[in-house]
Design a protein around this ligand. Sequence first.
Ligand SMILES: [Zn+2]
Length: 332
Amino acid sequence: MRVSPSVRAIQVPDENPMHPDFTDIYLVGNGQVLTIDSGEAMDRYRWMIRGYLAATEHAEVSLAAITHHHSDHSGNLKWARDVLKADILVPQNGVKLLKGRLPATGVQTVREGQVLDLGGGARLQVLVTPGHSVDSVCYYLEEEGVLFTGDTLLGSSTTTVWELGPYRRTLARLLELPNLKVICPGHGKLVNDPRERLQMYVNHRNMREQQILGVLEGGGAFTSWDIMLQLYPDIDKRLRRAADNNVRAHLTQLASEGRLALYPGKPRKQNPAKVARDVEHAKQRDAVIRQGKKEEAAKLRAEVRAQENPPSGEWIDPPRYELTGTAKDALP
Ligand SMILES: [Zn+2]
């Protein structure tokens, strides 16, 4: 799918409930082609990239870049090196986190402000944009107004945040980009109203922070759980932990900015023997579940196979049927 004169999108259908719709891989440039993200280490992604290249591309991929180290973005870098012969571009902070997923040769790091000149006027800027992960970067093709955000901003859902302070600064920075027309996210549809969407994310976080400060203004020291219960009194109980994490991310940011006093609390001492027992128990349970699934699949296969043959287990000699005498006489 063509996004702009220098950009194509490959949208790969995805079953991960965290990524509604699909996972996106982008091709940038007409002279030198650069890919942005590579999908999970599964055949499906490689087939889609290869199929797209075979069907519509004349140039070969010479550079394979990623937006951050998470495995659904960096799963096929070795393959890109071995099969496509591409040079690999990764964020500096990501190198250590990419253990086992990088090829032995041809790896370069990208840095803030770097411009990747792909020929034909396609100049891709590297923006270091931590927040979703410690090593998140965005790529910006200013001439065409196309921003590649990875998981910093998604097409159809909100994203998870590693650290909120840097994330909010990243959003503010992206809002300042000149000529921004479309966001190409790591998952989901293209975002054709990029400023509105970025502003929505910013507003949402600001509102949540105001609400938290509102609870604290009454005085007293609260746990994140206390605050969560006040902010989300009717939330589905199964989502309380997630909401608590959200509140805690804000509290961490406010404390790091010196706006809140933090009493560190006292962790419960873990009994190492009990921890080891729990781990062992979980292992055994997983083994039973795996075995159960295997048995179930075997049973289904046996049931299907049984349909193909007569039930010989039930009969030494099965009943037979023949026309009676009168009926025989009635035959024409
Ligand atoms: Zn991610």
